[in-house]
Design a protein around this ligand. Structure first.
Ligand SMILES: [Cu+2]
Length: 143
């Protein structure tokens, strides 16, 4: 009996080992389960709008003849629209969104309506090659 109180019982030691083993398994499982998710967010790059003409918040002396958008990759044209509305929310007459023949990452519309001075908003919507739909808007002003 002397000294035996300090030594853990074999049963207790067994439980500890089991608990450690389960903890290790859980950690490993969590790591393995998260790995594909982390891998995806790191490797998949979604389509982005890189630039526009007119620039966002541009103030122009002359109304633009066209509205042009630069994407990070060629979008699916049949899922792409660019709409121009005035400050009353009224749709302005333009051509349909088309890709630049020299650069499929550029999409443009020609403005066929005479634009008076005021605020205008461009609503764009597109579908990336990977099927993700994206949309956004930006404003410009004609003085
Ligand atoms: Cu995507």
């Amino acid at each position: 009996m002397v000294g035996s109180t300090n030594a853990p019982l074999p049963v207790t030691r067994g439980w500890r080992a089991a608990a450690l083993f389960l903890t290790a398994l859980t950690l490993l499982g969590t790591t393995l389960a998260l790995a594909p998710i982390r891998g995806e967010t790191e490797s998949v790059r979604h389509l982005e709008l890189l630039d526009t003409d007119p620039d966002k918040e541009a103030v122009l002396n002359e109304p633009p003849a066209e509205i042009r958008l630069w994407y990070s990759e060629p979008p699916q044209l049949n899922g792409t629209t660019v709409r121009l509305v005035d400050e009353a929310g009224e749709l302005m007459e333009t051509t349909q969104a088309a890709a630049d023949p020299d650069d499929p990452k550029q999409v443009y519309i020609e403005v066929t309506a005479p634009l008076g001075s005021g605020e205008y908003r461009v609503h764009w919507r597109t579908i990336a090659q990977d099927g993700h739909a994206q949309n956004g808007e930006f404003d410009f002003r004609v003085e």
